[in-house]
Ligand binder design. Structure first.
Ligand code: ME8
Length: 510
């Protein structure tokens, strides 16, 4: 079975920060989780290279446009490569392939008579690249996300009426309760739909914004950046208005999940499904929406506000995989989450004390007493068996869900720490270092070591989507060279496997 996962495509007017890293890591963790379950996943991410704020950044840089766009887009791509993101396609909206699909979609909608030209006056937030209603602004009249007053703009533009689709969208959300996850965001969207929808302005005059896709029906305008950017989700899998060419597209689209934060909920849950409807395409299967990482000042981390955590700095301190695990584990499911270098270091130390110490202690012990060989599993007690079976059942349950979700990924990460705690407690209470000194207790010693190693094997396999290299290192330290699957059968570790004490999985950090 196929699955298609997307991240937002990111603006290139600044450097990527931990918020961009998070959504892209989440998608990669979901991809690895689904791949372990035997699904064939197509994963896309990329950069949103048009619009007024990218244009201003480019002008300020003094660089040639194409060089500037490539340099900034590469900042994101290089970060994602460094974070081991296994994307199948990296979207660039400046690419001819993407632009051709935007043009095709615009022509299709225009020829159906769904676009009209009129004069408009409104408050425009350049940070959001959106017109704002007074009710979108705070008590000072500022955009709450960008902490700036929008500017009043009067211009003639092309518009895409949305209101006639409002009731359809309300009905769709109500009859598809899993469409937007978590459910509280579906409620928020229904709130947005409780008032009539204004026409969406889908053009910008070139004398204000020249960085964009020219409207096919009026060369004095470029396409509104959001109309252009949302199309990436269909352009990257080859949509065409000629339906006979859509075989690959149809296969993937029916299994599409968009990942995004709540800042772009309206564009994805209101504009996008209506655009799709007018193109004759069903809504994506799911929108998975997360809250914000909150930086200094307790406001949403953002390039424009300068309160960002730099993922490169974090990776230099703790490496990429502990960062991947931390972000998936520490993002709250009920609201925004604070992030700082100190909190990240605490998360790293928790992993080191839990999984890292356990692996090192048990392997050093058997290197000393058992020539590094996995002992026999012949004398496991009911309690030993229960520990391994509980851990294996818990992971089997978590890998048996119909689909990955934010809750599932979070629960899986917590279950890894919980299982580590259980095995550490088992190890401490059975005192194998005492058993090792008494020849009459040798069988018991072997049983405790086998139980610990087998539980560690299962935990390492379950860790794979978050920490693929560390998971593989643990498995090979137990003499296992196969890639983990989503079957967590107990007692499968082969006695007499040669174990290896390698370097610490989580080296000491200050
Ligand atoms: O909105 N916490 O791009 P963008 C968590 N180009 N996630 C965060 C975050 C934070 N503090 N800050 C950013 C755009 N993100 C458009 C999208 S899609 C067709 C066009 C993540 O560079 C999160 O995924 O502002 C959020 O939705 C996205 O980056 C916004 O990135």
């Amino acid at each position: 079975m196929k699955k298609y996962i997307t991240t937002p495509i990111y603006y290139i007017n600044g450097s990527p920060h931990i918020g961009h890293a998070y959504t892209t890591i989440l998608g990669d963790v979901m991809k690895k989780y689904e791949t372990m379950r035997g699904l064939n996943v197509h994963y896309t991410t990329g950069t949103d290279e048009h619009g007024q704020k990218n244009q201003t950044s480019c002008q300020e840089s003094g660089m040639e446009l194409a060089d500037f766009l490539k340099m900034r887009s590469d900042n994101f791509r290089n970060l994602f490569d460094k974070m081991d993101i296994d994307y199948d396609y990296f979207v660039r909206t400046s690419s001819p392939e993407h632009k051709a699909v935007v043009t095709d979609a615009l022509n299709y909608i225009y020829n159906k008579g769904l676009i009209k030209k009129k004069s408009y006056e409104g408050l425009y937030c350049v940070g959001c690249e959106q017109f704002k209603k007074p009710s979108d602004l705070d008590e000072r009249g500022f955009c709450p996300d960008h902490q700036k007053a929008p500017v009043l703009i009067t211009e003639e533009n092309y518009f895409f009426p949305l209101e006639e689709h409002r009731q359809w969208l309300i009905d769709y959300i109500k009859s598809n309760p899993d469409w937007i996850q978590p459910k509280r965001f579906a409620k928020e969207v229904l709130g947005m739909l409780s008032e009539p929808l204004e026409d969406l302005c889908i053009s910008r005059p070139k004398n204000r914004v020249w960085l964009g896709v020219e409207l096919p029906f009026d060369k004095d305008f470029v396409t509104y950046i959001w109309f252009d950017a949302l199309i990436n989700y269909i352009s990257s899998i080859g949509w065409s208005s000629d339906v006979s060419k859509n075989q690959k597209f149809n296969e993937l689209w029916s299994e599409c999940t968009h990942l995004l934060a709540k800042d772009i909920l309206k564009t994805h849950a209101v504009y996008w499904p209506i655009m799709l409807k007018c193109l004759g395409i069903n809504p994506p299967k799911h929108l998975i929406v997360h809250d914000y990482w909150i930086g200094e000042g307790s406001i949403k981390m953002s390039k424009s506000l300068g309160n960002v955590v730099d993922p490169y700095e974090v990776m230099d301190i703790m490496g990429v995989e502990p960062l991947r695990f931390y972000l998936c584990n520490a993002m709250s499911l009920n609201g925004d989450s604070q992030i700082s270098i100190d909190l990240l270091k605490q998360g790293y130390k928790q992993l080191a004390n839990n999984i890292g110490n356990l692996q090192m202690r048990v392997l050093k012990m058997i290197a000393k007493n058992l020539n590094g060989l996995v002992p026999s599993k012949d004398n496991l007690t009911t309690k030993d068996k229960k520990l391994v079976e509980t851990i294996s059942n818990n992971f089997n349950r978590l890998y048996n869900h119909n689909e990955s979700s934010l809750e599932l990924i979070s629960e899986l990460s917590s279950e890894i720490l919980k299982a580590g705690d259980m095995v550490n407690a088992y190890f401490a209470s059975n005192e194998p270092w005492v058993l090792a000194k008494d020849e009459t207790k040798f069988e018991r010693y072997q049983a405790v070591i086998y139980t610990t190693l087998d539980a560690l094997r299962i935990i390492a396999s379950a860790m794979y989507p978050f920490m693929p290299t560390i998971s593989t290192k643990i498995l090979s330290s137990l003499g296992i060279n196969e890639k983990p699957t989503s079957k967590f059968a107990p007692f499968e570790l082969t006695p007499n496997n040669q174990t290896i004490v390698g370097d610490p999985l989580f080296p000491f950090i200050g």
